[in-house]
Write a protein that binds this ligand. Sequence first.
Ligand code: ATR
Length: 274
Amino acid sequence: MSQDLYAVMGHPISHSKSPLIHSLFATQTGEPVEYTAIQCPLDGFADSVKTFFERGGKGLNVTVPFKEQAWNMADVLSPGARAAGAVNTLFRDDEGRLCGENTDGPGLVRDLTVNQRLDLKGARILVLGAGGAVRGIMAPLLQEQPADVVIANRTVAKAEALAELFAGEVPVTACGFRDPKDAFDLIINGTSASLQGDLPPLDSSVVGPETITYDMMYGPGLTPFNQWARDLGAERVIDGLGMLVEQAAEAFACWRGVRPETSPVMAALRDRVG
Ligand code: ATR
């Protein structure tokens, strides 16, 4: 059977787990999917996308630093992608229009609510960071009807802009990292601070005995942020490996109309990542 071609585009891309995840999905579902990683030149994303689809490619995942560019290129955006301001999944519809979807936020929420069995309704959530990753998760998170969401960021003005964009039925407020002084039900780290060996300088009072932390980064081992929370007594600390697999499953379902089972793929990945 001939294979349909999919790929992830980014820069750099060699670290990407997407080819492994999608090949496991393809084996599991029996879908004729071949999935590769393509490193685009930093100034060559649009050309690479065009060439990929002209050569018969069926769908793309898009990662750092091209998600905003993919958003701008799409002829049609899903409501979720529109709110996210970024696109991580591209495909062509029957009329040849380039369609953009964002599966990061739905992937996070599915990991929290289905895999981790957390009920976010009425929860007090502290979100750390105000970049593209956080913007991408806000709308799906708010749909779960938490009591409120506080966005803390190094650059407070960026948190304020997001709070203004997303505040509605659920209150969303902005502040600096050191401002919150009471315990939250859930703290989500969406900063890239750990890539520079940093931690967001939070007051330790934000972690209480019941606080659950979720780091959008993942292992091996505890991430620096989750280690910090564990040292303060947090029992449940979760990393972003589940989000990674769930966002991939959402993309696979969007392309193929079949949603793969994620738990065996998460287990396989955990074995490799640690
Ligand atoms: P991404 O697409 O991963 O969200 P981004 O848009 O560059 O990347 O956003 C990175 C986020 O991590 C921002 O919230 C950034 O804070 P600023 O808005 O102040 O730049 C945050 N961040 C990056 N490095 C950090 C550090 N060393 N300490 C704290 N926050 C950091």
